[in-house]
Design a protein around this ligand. Structure first.
Ligand SMILES: C[S@@+](CC[C@H](N)C(=O)[O-])C[C@H]1O[C@@H](n2cnc3c(N)ncnc32)[C@H](O)[C@@H]1O
Length: 251
């Protein structure tokens, strides 16, 4: 995103049903005009993190898969020290200059010291990397004891899990992408096995729970967190979550 635009100040913040309607509208316009959708989400996320783990002032937060930096900006607007990380220069420059201080690096092999950050923010990265577990291990490694992690991704069987090839993902990761490509050609972005991998709720949750240094504090659907019970419904959650959030603490 371009230089010093403060994301949290850029949009009026709707609430309740108006918020859901606004999110839906902005999401539908996202391909042509991504900034309003991401600015709204980023401002909400930063506020939420500040409420739960804050004040964020002075905290060092790594923004994994930061892309053009909407979340970095929103966190910086709350005076956090943010280390934006992305492995794709094109994504970093998608809407202007890369976020200041961005590290061009793989989130699965971070150039950061052990226990060096207070918070790890990882939004919509896991499904775009071939080894999601390695990213989770890196979050565990770089968080200081007591530090917090926010891990969110669009799970494979989500109504948007196939991204551009939606709804073919419902045919499974073998058949779905093959059939999509045969009928429509390669997807505009995130082809299966090159920019998109299947990441499911149950197995990912089990993996995070298996990590000795991580404690799962909360699992919720990102866009309707009030419906947290969905996280306890083994098969239904793979669809109804839409976008899964796992909140962790470093032991
Ligand atoms: C869908 S975008 C998400 C951007 C932003 N975090 C958000 O939630 O809107 C995924 C980003 O993750 C980056 N990414 C994918 N794999 C990565 C990896 N292994 N290490 C660092 N960045 C990665 C991509 O380049 C892209 O910018």
């Amino acid at each position: 995103m371009s230089g010093g635009q403060a994301a949290s100040g850029a949009v009026e913040r709707p609430r309740g049903l108006r918020r859901v309607r606004t999110l839906w509208r902005l999401w539908r316009e996202e391909k042509e005009n991504p900034a309003p959708f991401y600015r709204l989400l980023a401002a909400e996320a930063a506020e939420d993190l500040d409420r739960r783990y804050g004040p964020l002032t002075g905290q060092t937060i790594v923004d994994l898969g930061c892309g053009p930096g909407f979340y970095t900006e929103a966190l910086r607007a709350l005076d956090a020290t943010v280390i934006p990380v992305d492995n794709d220069p094109a994504e970093l420059s998608m809407v202007g200059d890369p976020p200041e201080g961005a590290l061009l690096a793989d989130a699965a092999a971070l150039p950061l010291e052990d226990a060096s950050v207070d918070g790890a923010f990882c939004s919509n990265l896991l499904e775009h990397t071939p080894d999601a577990h390695a990213v989770i291990r890196e979050i565990e490694r770089v968080l200081r004891p007591g530090g917090w992690g926010y891990i969110s991704w669009t799970n494979w069987y989500s109504p948007w899990g196939g991204h551009d090839m939606t709804p073919y993902q419902f045919l499974g990761p073998r058949l779905g992408p093959r059939l999509y490509e045969r009928r429509h050609g390669p997807p505009r972005k995130n082809p299966y096995g090159a920019g998109l991998w299947p990441v499911h709720v149950g197995p990912t949750l089990r993996y995070v729970r298996s990590r000795p240094g991580l404690e799962v504090e909360r699992v919720e659907p990102r866009y309707w967190p009030w419906a947290r019970f969905i996280a306890h419904l083994p098969l239904a959650r793979e669809v109804l979550m839409w976008n899964c959030v796992i909140r962790v603490r470093r032991r």
